[in-house]
Ligand binder design. Structure first.
Ligand code: ZN
Length: 1119
């Protein structure tokens, strides 16, 4: 504000000097002429009250040469009053030397006097002279000042209550300006309270009689007398906003067709909306109804506001078709009593428009409309002519826009029009969804084709024929969105200026490109495949001499068919796959088309769920599971054939247009995600950036061997260690270390060997000398500072892994009494293992025992000072504490149940048939999955057939089938949140469940579930409405779904089949659920387990359970 004041004041001062100067030089020449009106602004005192009988207030006043406005302060943009010069009769100085406010001046208007006071005499003169000059200079319009001044004859006027103003105001809108006045008397001289420029405003309804107008600086709430008035004002305000934003350029061009000067439906004058797919111009009211028809019938755009979409060919189309030609078709059979007029009611208007366009009641159908094939073929025939009206008739008589003749290279009408250079035909077909590619990429305009044609590349590549064996050298040319190849570059040069398609051996248009894969062949390492929709879904195989050339071609080709916004980003990606896929995130979501790229171990894709023009990523190193699933059995997909499923926290389902491409992508992803590389960075990682192999070995040792004497010192069987490491390398995530297969020492040695087999040691070669140097430092504090510095120099994965290892070793050393492995022993093993490799040569030519000693002492330091060097963040600490607690509680649990902990894992009793049945005790490891436990149990008891593990509570009345892939340990961990009584009563039970058999037959159940069920949250059952959709279970008070009683995300629920008998359920059919992670209490207020839902029949209960379980286990209990 300060700068604003300064600038204005300097201006004012300059003006004053100028006045003096001019007046001195030309004293008799009348008032001087200034190009710019004089302006002033500053704080003045103003006397309040219409009669000037109230107190004085400090006001920020701006005089802009045309009007004087005053405000509460210089920060607000909402004025208290606007006094146009046209209403001012005089300015009178009124110096009152005896008063506090001596330097007054009065602005006199026709109906009121406004009194201001400046702080100094000079200020007073400046203000009064500036205003006086403007009054003298003011020239009224030749026909006199009319009522309302510039707001004379407004588009809308009336009284309104405005929030913050005591009395009702008079409000007027004209063009893009809204003004409100204290009363109608103030409107006559145009003395508004405030003026709002509508260009950047927006309006919304707040209930029936309120409107809220928002600008960037303030909000105004208007209250009207009734709903109708509110609607009328809303329309007027919207019109004013539109007026502010309007641009009449397009409108003028479209009016070249004079029939467009009246609405195509109601003949209202000055229409400024268009239905671009129909080629007609509409009034605002009719446009609103067209919009309700849906974009499949009418695509409404403003001719004045949506200016960006108006390409020359689209304008050309509206001119070529226009209202008269269109109505010759649409209203051919219409009787005059069906006509509507500009003041027809909304209901009649709607009826008319629906009859006309939706039901095609009056239109002049094409003679061939009875024969669909003939009509379709007629469309193809006319598409290459310039008769766009004929095309309109055929199209709206019901021809299929994407119809193509099989024999004619599958060209659609749009492609035929394109080849024939019929731009209006193309536009009409395009606007009605005729461009396959535009549909795919959702391109808004023909700009796409233009953009694609900016991609150019040429050069020699090697290309195989359809036998995909012999590579031939071909001159390749990528231009106009099409890849063509020629016998040689000479052919091309000879054909200069000639249409290439005649000389090219073949061309691949961007609209046929599906995906690109890098590959390598025996002959050429740098080859790639281009998958297309050309006949036979042809797969082209190209090769280049150099990898750089391949990348450059791949990028150029990708630019031809990637989403438009990706085009200029393609150069940033080095991909082994790119193309369009169908994608679904989570089972309950919808499929959508996505652009996907595989770059190294990162998978990028566009997500409609998040931000359609932003890439989402999946780090394939951190993916839990990648599988190719056959969809023929469970109809996961729209298309039959395999579906790629990536489990990365959530499941992502991917399917490509062609089965072969889905399989190729799967192979490509597998290749990069289970790399047998010896780089730390290339390993499968946990979410904490620790290689899965390291995590698994450490967890195994902590569970089974932390107290084993000589752990990490004693050797195991060499061949077994080699085997284990090999298995880890193949797929660490899939590997389960069984106690029966490997001793703790073998696992410990596997971990040591793993570190020694890396390409670069954990502490890295680069930093080796620095580590060794700093380890020799004597001052402990300095040393730790240096270590901290060096730790931060390590790559992320190295640092995270080192932290994990050190914490683990500290843990091992804390059991020294039993395992006899103290810090020194562990350091002498791990120092060299983390710093040097099996095959490593002496670093920097230096070797010797001293270095090994330093390596060891570095490791001793790290173990001793681990707390300072590797601070655990809060979440890690919490996690650790939680785990420790859980282990303790597990031990405690074992005393109340026939469970006993031994050094290696824990013993779990599993019952057969029911909690009263046979008991098998099994040894469970922390990583064991349900399916493994079931296999173990079946083996031990020689149980034939299919068994499902259940979690049983409340004497077995409540049972929950467990998914094969769930971890037994995490299931038992959840019991820690339960009250002791429930915890004592819970057990795992193997059952042959006929419920599951029944549910399998219902697994295709797709529709959302909704129904009235009896629900008991705490005690008594009451009728409520339940709904299950979009992975949420919602309970409503009534069927109108208005009052929400509760809502639960199904993923977070444990759902048990059955209802607790003690609750006195109205029926015995139903289910009980608890929210995982919530404390399951048993108290006087909550005497029963979880929340219970009772159904009327068994079928109903099974139906609900099938739906809920399906959401939880999309692939069934066995996968
Ligand atoms: Zn109309």
């Amino acid at each position: 504000m300060q700068t604003r004041m300064c600038r204005v004041e300097m201006l004012a001062t300059a003006v004053v000097h100028q006045i003096k100067l001019v007046r001195n030089e030309y004293p008799f020449c009348g008032p001087p002429l200034f190009k710019e009106p004089k302006k002033r602004s500053g704080y003045l005192q103003k006397q309040g009250g219409v009669q000037n009988n109230r107190g004085w207030r400090r006001r920020w006043v701006i005089f802009n040469g045309e009007d004087l406005r005053y405000y509460t302060d210089n920060k607000t943009c909402v004025s208290k009053k606007i006094l146009p010069v046209s209403c001012m009769a005089n300015v009178v100085n009124d110096i009152k030397m005896e008063d506090n406010r001596k330097y007054r001046f009065k602005v006199v208007t026709a109906n009121r006097v406004y009194i201001f006071a400046a702080d100094t005499l000079e200020e007073n003169h400046l203000w009064s002279s500036t205003i006086m000059e403007a009054i003298l200079k003011y020239k009224p319009p030749p026909d006199g000042i009319k009522d309302g001044g510039r707001m004379h004859s407004p588009d809308k006027e009336g009284f309104v209550k405005i929030d913050g103003i005591k009395n009702k105001c008079f409000m007027a809108i004209k063009k893009d300006v809204l003004c409100y006045y204290n009363n109608y008397e103030d409107f006559i001289p145009d003395c508004a309270i405030n003026e709002i420029q509508m260009k950047l405003a927006s309006v919304k309804e707040l209930g029936q009689t309120k409107l809220q107008l928002s600008t960037h600086y303030s909000q105004f709430v208007f209250t009207f007398d009734n709903a109708q008035e509110t609607q009328d004002w809303k329309i007027a305000i919207e019109d004013a906003i539109a007026e502010g934003l309007a641009d009449d350029t397009v409108l003028k061009k479209v009016m070249v067709n004079s029939s467009n000067q009246w609405c195509a439906d109601c003949r209202a004058p000055k229409p400024h909306w268009a239905a671009i797919n129909l080629g007609i111009v509409l009034c605002k009211k009719c446009a609103g109804i067209h919009r309700e028809l849906g974009s499949g019938i009418s695509r409404v755009k403003s001719l004045r506001m949506d200016t960006k979409i108006w390409t020359p060919s689209l304008i050309g189309l509206i001119v070529a078709i226009g209202n008269e030609n269109a109505n010759n078709f649409w209203e051919f059979d219409m009787l005059s009593d069906m006509e509507i007029e500009s003041d027809t009611t909304a209901q009649q208007r709607k009826h008319h428009i629906e009859e006309k366009y939706k039901h095609r009641k009056f239109c002049r159908l094409h003679p061939k409309n009875a024969n669909k094939t003939a009509l379709n073929q007629e469309l193809l025939r006319v598409a290459e002519t310039d008769d766009v009206l004929k095309t309109m008739q055929i199209l709206f008589s019901g021809a299929e826009i994407l119809y193509h003749r099989p024999g004619n290279d599958g060209e659609t009408a749009f492609e035929i029009a394109k080849a024939a250079g019929q731009s209006l035909q193309m536009e009409l077909l395009y606007q009605n969804g005729g461009d396959k590619i535009a549909r795919l990429t959702d391109s808004p305009t023909f700009m796409e084709a233009k953009l694609r044609s900016t991609v150019r590349q040429q050069g020699f590549m090697y290309k195989t024929g359809s036998n995909r064996k012999d590579f031939l050298r071909r001159w390749c040319q990528l231009e106009r969105g099409s890849l063509s190849y020629f016998l040689d570059d000479k052919t091309l040069n000879d054909a200069h200026g000639v249409d290439w398609t005649t000389t090219a051996k073949d061309s691949v248009g961007y609209d046929t490109m599906l995906s690109l894969f890098t590959t390598s062949t025996d002959k050429y390492a740098n080859s790639f495949e281009l998958s297309t929709t050309k006949p036979g879904n042809r797969l082209f195989l190209f090769a280049t001499d150099f990898v750089e050339d391949r990348l450059s071609w791949l990028r150029s080709l990708a630019k031809c068919f990637c989403p438009i916004w990706m085009m200029d980003q393609m150069d940033n990606y080095d991909f082994s796959f790119c193309g369009y896929v169908y994608l679904k995130e989570g089972l309950t979501q919808e499929w959508y088309k996505s652009w996907m790229m595989l770059c190294g171990r990162m998978l990028y894709f566009t997500s409609e769920l998040i931000e359609p023009d932003q890439l989402q990523e999946i780090d394939l190193r951190k993916v839990l599971h990648i599988r190719l699933q056959d969809t023929s059995t469970n109809h996961l997909c729209l298309e039959a054939g395999p579906c790629l499923v990536i489990d990365a926290g959530r499941s992502v389902y991917i399917q490509l247009d062609l089965q072969r491409d889905t399989e190729k992508l799967y192979a490509g992803i597998q290749l990069v995600s289970s790399s047998e590389s010896h780089k730390l960075d290339d390993q499968q990682l946990t979410t904490n950036n620790i290689p899965v192999i390291v995590e698994k070995c450490i967890t195994h040792i902590e569970l089974h061997g932390i107290t084993a004497e000589g752990v990490y010192r004693l050797a195991g069987t060499h061949s077994k260690i080699t085997k284990l490491l090999e298995l880890f390398r193949k797929d660490a995530r899939a590997l389960i270390i069984r106690n029966d297969d490997y001793t703790v020492h073998e696992v410990a040695n596997c971990l040591k060997r793993y570190f020694r087999s890396l390409d670069d040691p954990l502490l890295t070669y680069d930093l080796y000398n620095q580590w060794i140097d700093k380890a020799a430092l004597e001052d402990q504090a300095t040393k730790i500072q240096w270590y901290q510095y060096l730790l931060n120099e390590l790559p992320t994965v190295n640092k995270a892994t080192l932290k994990k290892v050190i914490h683990h070793l500290v843990n091992v050393s804390q059991h020294e009494d039993e395992n006899k492995m103290g810090i020194n022993q562990l350091a002498s093993i791990f120092g060299p293992a983390l710093m040097k490799l099996d095959s490593s040569l002496p670093v920097s030519g230096q070797t010797g025992f001293g270095y090994t000693n330093r390596e060891i002492s570095l490791m001793v330091d790290m173990l001793k000072f681990h707390a300072q060097l590797f601070e655990m963040d809060k979440s890690e600490l919490e996690k650790k504490q939680k785990l420790e607690k859980a282990m303790e509680k597990l031990k405690a649990l074992s005393s109340t149940r026939p469970v006993s902990t031994v050094d290696s894992g824990f013993i779990m009793p599993v019952y057969v048939d029911s909690p009263q049945g046979d008991c098998i005790t099994l040894q469970v490891t922390s990583t064991m999955k349900v399916e493994e436990l079931v296999e173990l149990a079946k083996e031990k008891k020689k149980l034939p057939g299919e068994w499902v593990l259940h979690e049983c509570v409340c004497d077995g009345t409540l049972e929950r089938p467990l998914n094969d892939q769930a971890r037994v340990f995490s299931i038992t961990q959840e019991w820690q949140d339960w009250d002791e009584e429930y915890r004592k009563g819970v057990c795992l039970c193997l059952k042959v469940s006929d419920l599951i058999q029944t549910m399998h037959s219902l697994y295709e159940f797709h529709a959302p579930l909704f129904g009235e069920l009896r629900f008991s949250e705490k005690k008594a059952y009451k009728k409520y409405c339940f709904e299950f959709k979009q992975s949420k279970l919602t309970c409503y008070k009534d069927a109108r779904a208005a009052n929400k009683i509760g809502e639960w995300e199904v993923e977070k629920l444990s759902i048990f089949h059955g209802v607790e008998r003690r609750r006195n359920p109205p029926t015995e059919f139903g289910f009980t659920f608890i929210v995982r992670g919530e404390r399951i209490k048993k108290s006087r207020d909550m005497p029963y387990f979880g929340r219970s839902v009772a159904c009327t029949t068994r079928e109903e209960a099974v139906n609900w359970l099938a739906g809920l379980y399906k959401a939880q286990y999309p692939n069934g209990f066995h996968s």
